[in-house]
Write a protein that binds this ligand. Structure first.
Ligand code: SF4
Length: 377
C-alpha cells in the first residue's frame, strides 16, 4: 500500500525529478536531504549528505540549522537520526512503508521474552546484549537499559572485544551473520555461537546450550546479503581470473571466508575508490551501490557478484514521487510521514548509542581498509 496521493503517484520518474529541484531550492537550508548509499540514482542525486546509516544520523545532528531532515533510507535509520538530532529538528521518511526486513525480525516483545527465557538458564549479569544499528529504537533502548551497546558493521569488532574483555557472553541482535562472522574472527568456535530462534521456546536451544554459549545469535538476516553464496564467488573467479571479491559483513560466513575482503558499506566504497585503474572487482552488496560505483570509477571493472539481483526492496520504496510529495507538503507548511520516538525509548536507545561511541573512541576501531578474511581461514 502506498501512502502517495494519485497526483504524485501518476508522475513519471523524470517528471518528478524535474519538479524536485525547484521545490528543493525554495525550501533552502531549512531542509536537509539525507541519502543512503543503497538509494536509487534519481533520489540520491538530491541528497545533501550521502553515506551509511550511522554516518547520516551523525551528519544530520551536526547540521543543526536544518529544521527538517528528509531521510531517504529506511525506518530504523530515520529513528536513529531522530534520537541523535537536536530536539528542534524533525525527521521525515518519504515513504512510511520503507522498513528494513532485518530490523523487523527482532520485535521488542520477542526480545523481552527471549531475555527472560535466557535468564532462566543462566545469570543474565554474565551476558551483554548487543544490537546492530539495523534494529528498532525499542530494541536499542532494551539493550541500552541492560548495559549493552549498539554496533555498526564498521565497529562490531571493537564492541565484541569490549564485551569479551569483561568475561561476558554476548546476546547479539538481530543479524546472525554479522554476529557469527565477527565472532569467528575473534576465534570463537562455531559451536560456541548458538542460534536463538525466537519462534521456538527458549530459542530452540537446550538449557545447557544456552548456559554454555559464548554468543547467542538472534535468528535474523538481511534478504539482500543472504542471496550470495560461496559458489557464486568460485564462478565469478573462473569468469574473471585475477578479480578481487569484496563482500559485506551481512553475508553468510562461507561467502566471507571465500572473499578477498569483507567490510561495511563505507569500507567497500573506500576500498573501491583506492583500487588501481584496471582492477576487476566483484562486489557482494546492494545493487544500486554497485552500479553507482561502476559509473563513478569507469577506469575499473566493477561488477555485481550476482548479476540481476540484490536491490533492497524496502530502500527502493523511496522513489522521486515520494520525495517530491514530502518536499511539496513541506513547502505548503505540512509535515508528512514524520518519524518520532517516545522520550523514554529515545533515552534508553541513546545510552546504547553513546556506549558504542565511547567504545570506538577508546579502542580506535580499525577504519578505512577492508579486513582480509585470512583470519577466518
Ligand atoms: S539491505 Fe538488508 S539490512 Fe539493509 S536496509 Fe535492506 S533489508 Fe535492511
Amino acid at each position: 500500500m502506498t501512502s502517495l496521493p494519485e497526483a504524485w503517484a501518476s508522475l513519471t520518474d523524470s517528471e518528478a525529478v524535474d519538479r524536485i529541484a525547484g521545490v528543493r531550492s525554495l525550501l533552502g537550508d531549512e531542509v536537509l536531504v539525507l541519502g543512503h548509499h543503497y538509494q536509487r540514482d534519481e533520489v540520491i542525486r538530491f541528497a545533501d549528505l550521502t553515506g551509511d546509516s550511522y554516518a547520516l544520523a551523525k551528519g544530520a545532528a551536526a547540521r543543526g540549522e536544518a529544521r527538517w531532515i528528509v531521510f531517504c533510507g529506511v525506518h530504523f535509520m530515520a529513528e536513529t537520526a531522530r534520537i541523535l538530532a537536536e530536539p528542534r529538528q524533525r525527521v521525515l521518511l518519504p515513504d512510511r512503508e520503507a522498513g528494513c526486513s532485518m530490523a523487523d525480525m527482532a520485535e521488542i516483545d520477542e526480545v523481552e521474552v527471549a531475555w527472560e527465557e535466557m535468564a532462566a538458564a543462566r545469570d543474565p549479569g554474565g551476558v551483554i546484549p548487543i544490537t546492530y544499528v539495523n534494529s528498532s529504537a525499542a530494541v536499542k533502548a532494551f539493550v541500552g537499559e541492560r548495559g549493552g551497546a549498539v554496533c555498526t558493521s564498521s565497529n562490531a569488532g571493537a564492541v565484541y572485544d569490549w564485551a569479551l574483555e569483561q568475561g561476558k557472553a554476548l546476546f547479539f541482535l538481530p543479524d546472525q551473520h554479522l554476529g557469527r562472522n565477527v565472532g569467528s574472527r575473534k576465534g570463537i568456535p562455531l559451536d560456541g555461537m548458538r542460534l536463538w530462534d525466537p519462534s521456538r521456546e527458549t530459542g530452540g536451544l537446550g538449557r545447557d546450550e544456552v548456559a554454555s554459549a559464548a554468543v547467542l545469535l538472534w535468528k535474523g538476516h538481511c534478504r539482500v546479503h543472504t542471496r550470495f553464496d560461496g559458489k557464486q564467488i568460485e564462478a565469478f573467479r573462473r569468469r574473471f581470473p585475477g578479480a578481487r571479491v569484496l563482500v559485506h559483513w551481512e553475508c553468510p560466513l562461507d561467502v566471507v571466508e571465500a572473499a578477498d575482503g569483507v567490510g561495511s558499506t563505507a569500507d567497500i566504497v573506500r576500498e573501491v575508490a583506492a583500487a588501481p585503474a584496471g582492477s576487476i572487482l566483484g562486489i557482494g552488496t546492494e545493487l544500486h551501490l554497485v552500479s553507482r560505483l561502476a559509473r563513478t570509477h569507469p577506469d575499473r571493472t566493477i561488477l555485481p557478484l550476482l548479476a540481476g539481483t540484490g536491490v533492497c526492496a524496502t530502500m527502493n520504496r523511496i522513489d522521486p514521487q515520494h520525495l517530491l510529495f514530502t518536499l511539496d507538503e513541506l513547502a505548503a507548511g505540512r509535515a508528512v510521514h514524520e518519524v518520532t520516538v517516545p522520550d523514554g525509548v529515545a533515552a534508553g536507545a541513546r545510552l546504547a548509542l553513546e556506549r558504542m561511541l565511547e567504545i570506538t573512541r577508546r579502542r580506535e576501531a580499525p577504519r578505512g581498509a577492508l579486513a582480509a578474511p585470512s583470519g577466518l581461514r
